[in-house]
Design a protein around this ligand. Structure first.
Ligand code: CO
Ligand code: CO
Length: 327
């Protein structure tokens, strides 16, 4: 579903105020934050979707990494998870075993325990996790925490939606496919730990709504605008070539339309870059807001610890005429 439809539906739903809810879907945030008692604050989220890669084990890893990511985007630590499965009755059960093995391995890497799950018969495969995490200290990184003057760091390169579309149509080069799978299945665990160590105040992960869609939520939630250095945005090598061959998913087209309402695109931001900045990601990186004094240190630490594409890609500015702009 497109970002716009979802927003309209959400507006029609009842919402119950509760002082224990510190962040939640009402703010279109990544995960809900719930203060259970004096000592424990929960982070909860759920995510599942159909396969975007061919190998069932890879898909399991990616779906789990993607679901765990919303906990990491809040600065939380995953503790438990439950499998959510849709599976066709006429498919080989070995496929499901491989998917679940991929999910198990990623949950284990995250330090989370899979307690169980639920499976329904479905026309197409779907897999994901519901995840419960905790906040180790009281700090967390909501969508509403961006402050003017801060810089923005993106921890993974863009291009996933374009590449997975090319994979589905069978024209993605093997090395490009491999790199996309590497990034999609990489946990945001380290990014999250490092940003909390540096005292980041806000973050979001980049998934289905693309960089601009998630940045828009961040800007709206925080009452600020965001300026992007479009030429600094990291992109998986090979993405532009696949874009030229026509690989652009429907979800990204909807994102682009939705973003265009909120973005002032500078003339120097070429059409391809605009498409990449609105491309729907699966298990993308974190977009982290950090004070300018700490930004370069954070970028370096991220790079040294494995987030090799980490880049300062923009800045938070006072609320202007448009929520987002490029330069
Ligand atoms: Co998210
Ligand atoms: Co999500």
């Amino acid at each position: 579903m497109g970002p716009c439809d979802l927003r309209n539906i959400r507006q029609d739903l009842p919402y119950k105020e509760d002082p224990r809810v510190l962040a939640g879907a009402y703010y279109s945030d990544d995960a809900g934050i719930f203060r259970l008692n004096e000592t424990t604050t929960l982070v909860q989220t759920v995510d599942f979707f159909p396969p975007m890669v061919n190998d069932p084990y890879d898909f399991g890893m990616i779906a789990a990494a993607n679901a765990l990511s919303d906990v990491y985007a809040m600065g939380g630590v995953p503790v438990t998870a439950l499998n959510l499965v849709g599976f066709p009755s006429d498919l080989d059960a070995g496929i499901l075993r491989d998917i679940l093995r991929g999910g198990f391995d990623k949950a284990t890497e995250a330090g989370a325990v899979i307690l169980g799950g639920h499976t329904v018969v479905d026309k197409e495969i779907k897999y994901g996790l519901s995840v419960t995490g905790i906040l180790p200290d009281k700090a967390f990184t909501p969508n509403s925490g961006a402050r003017a003057g801060e810089l923005l760091i993106l921890t993974k390169p863009l291009g996933i939606g374009i590449i997975t579309t090319a994979i589905k149509r069978d024209f993605a080069p093997v090395e490009v496919e491999k790199e996309a799978i590497f990034h999609m299945s990489r946990l945001n665990k380290n990014s999250s730990a490092v940003m909390m160590e540096f005292g980041a105040g806000a973050a979001t992960d980049i998934t289905g709504f693309g960089l601009m869609g998630h940045a828009r939520n961040l800007a709206e939630g925080s009452g600020v605008s965001i300026r992007f250095y479009a030429d600094k945005v990291p992109v998986i090598p090979g993405t532009r070539e696949l874009l030229e061959k026509g690989a652009y998913p429907g979800g990204s087209k909807r994102n682009r339309q939705y973003a265009d309402e909120a973005v002032f695109w500078h003339d120097s931001t070429d059409e391809q870059t605009r498409m990449i900045m609105t491309d729907a990601q699966t298990s993308g990186g974190l977009l982290i807001c950090i004070s300018p004094e700490k930004a370069e240190g954070l970028r370096q630490k991220l790079r040294e610890t494995g987030e090799t594409y980490s880049e300062i890609i923009g800045e938070v500015i006072p609320r202007g005429d448009t929520l987002l702009e490029t330069e």
